[in-house]
Design a protein around this ligand. Structure first.
Ligand SMILES: NC(=O)c1ccc[n+]([C@@H]2O[C@H](COP(=O)([O-])OP(=O)(O)OC[C@H]3O[C@@H](n4cnc5c(N)ncnc54)[C@H](O)[C@@H]3O)[C@@H](O)[C@H]2O)c1
Length: 438
């Protein structure tokens, strides 16, 4: 197929880099977003997303005239949907007395509806948003067929999961292998031809539902593997073992790769996507469901650890280090560290949180503007995120900034002996030996 003009719906972390990359590879791109602020920012030469290298490529794409940013789709050779697919905050499903979270597919629905008036014979539509299995066939296809055209014969329809890593999006978009699942083999072929514009990694064709499952299986595997690491941490505490030592020894085995335990699982992918399986097949997803529960409970487990170290938490001054969902990012979405902060506030603790990548933090969490401010006058220090900056802190540096003697490390960043020598009692998640009192 010959693609001269495409329309990308959703200009977020995925849609904007994708639209700009197509535009800088000679394709005319109409970027569409429902958020007026996004359109204004981009048209005024600004950028609303923090991603290395993105500003430069967006500027180049706009300057070349190949990228236009507007509120409504237009006729085009292909349409790409890259809109959000979170879960509902307030709606849940139920199976045999257990509740599960439900995918909020309203943005996908409205993006597909917005394409209908502009859909023409021979077009290609690709859904990129992470979606429950069968979304392309059961949700998107019937909406697009309201145009009077038939998917697979009049127009091509495909699903292509996005698997880029934030921080590396522009490189991975080009270099990663890409899976394209069509509602027919011809649709997959059309999708493969479109992405061949810039993808240097392997392009693999399959059917749409397989492609949807591939993405969900990747993130679900990670979630389940983190859940087992979290259970190993609980077991190690029960049996007086250091789980970090035990994991490093187990991982010497050539076929074992146990992940790290921690305060829970967050972000907008790994803690969300497994629910898409549970929602669509609750009767056969017991393991996936349980893993989600284990990881969601982990912030409560951190609270127990803190109570063990401090006794009652009421009015205790806690210096909480890190709110992001993973190290060295500013993303607080679904962050277990933020959940711990909220639980501490609810328990009556006097929290001072410090997040170097987002000093404003989140509503409801008292923030410190600096590390010094968080540590000053604290009764205890709680480390929740393995930011490089925190890992590099030495016990003597911290000693000079605080009167706190109790330290709780949930991410294995600090060495027990060193901190003990500096006069701290260091409690570590997954370590069943109480620290020798300083
Ligand atoms: N961010 C990632 O690292 C990542 C990685 C893999 C997959 N994904 C998936 O990609 C999809 C998009 O994620 P994101 O991070 O880019 O989201 P995002 O929130 O950064 O951006 C989505 C954009 O879509 C816009 N939008 C919402 N409804 C729209 C509509 N009907 N028409 C046009 N625009 C609309 C929003 O205003 C927003 O600007 C999600 O399904 C996500 O799970 C994201």
């Amino acid at each position: 197929m010959n693609f001269q003009k495409i329309c990308v719906l959703g200009l977020g972390y995925i849609g904007l880099p994708t639209a700009s990359t197509f535009a800088t590879h000679g394709i005319q791109v109409i970027g569409v977003d429902v958020n007026r602020r996004v359109i204004e920012t981009l048209n005024n030469g600004g950028i609303h997303i923090h991603e290395p290298g993105l500003r430069t490529i967006v500027e180049a794409a706009l300057k070349s005239g190949n990228l236009t940013v507007v509120a409504q789709p237009e006729e085009a050779d292909a349409f790409l949907i890259a809109v959000p697919t979170p879960f509902y905050g307030d709606k849940t499903g139920e199976f045999e007395g257990e509740t599960y979270k439900l995918a909020d597919m309203r943005a996908v629905t409205s993006a597909a509806e917005a394409i209908v008036p502009y859909l023409r014979k021979g077009n290609l539509v690709v859904l990129e948003s992470t979606s429950p299995p069968r979304t392309t066939v059961d949700l998107v296809k019937p909406i697009l067929e309201r145009s009077g055209l038939k998917a697979g014969s009049d127009f091509h329809l495909a699903y292509s999961p996005e698997r880029v890593l934030p921080g590396q999006i522009l490189r991975e978009l080009i270099e990663n292998a890409r899976v394209i699942g069509g509602v027919t083999p011809e649709s997959a072929q059309a999708g493969a031809e479109l992405y061949a514009t810039f993808v240097k990694g392997k392009i693999i064709q399959t059917d749409a539902t397989t492609a949807e499952m591939v993405k969900l299986m990747e993130n679900t595997t990670r979630d389940v593997n983190i859940a087992i690491a979290n259970e190993f941490a609980r077991l190690a505490e029960r049996f007086g073992v250091d789980v970090w030592e035990a994991i490093s020894l187990a991982n010497l085995h050539p076929r074992i790769n146990i992940l790290s335990p921690g305060p829970g699982v967050g972000g907008h992918c790994i803690s969300v996507d497994p629910w898409f399986f549970v929602e669509t097949a609750p009767d056969v997803t017991q393991l996936i469901y349980t893993a989600r529960k284990v990881n969601d409970e982990q912030p409560h487990y951190v609270m127990l650890l803190l109570q063990k170290a401090l006794g009652s938490l009421k009015d205790k001054k806690i210096a909480l280090l890190g709110l992001a969902y993973k190290p060295d990012v500013d993303d607080l979405r679904e962050s277990p560290a933020a959940e711990v902060a909220h639980l501490l506030v609810d328990a009556g603790a006097d929290v001072r949180a410090f997040e170097p990548f987002k000093v404003d933090g989140l509503p409801g969490i008292p923030m410190a503007a600096t590390l010094e401010e968080a540590l000053k006058g604290a009764d205890a220090i709680l480390l929740l995120v393995r930011h490089t900056q925190f890992c590099e802190l030495s016990a003597s540096e911290v000693d000079a900034l605080t009167s706190a003697r109790v330290v709780v490390d949930t991410v294995n960043a600090w060495d027990q002996a060193t901190w003990q020598q500096a006069g701290f009692s260091l409690f570590r998640l997954g370590v069943g030996k109480s620290p020798v009192s300083a």
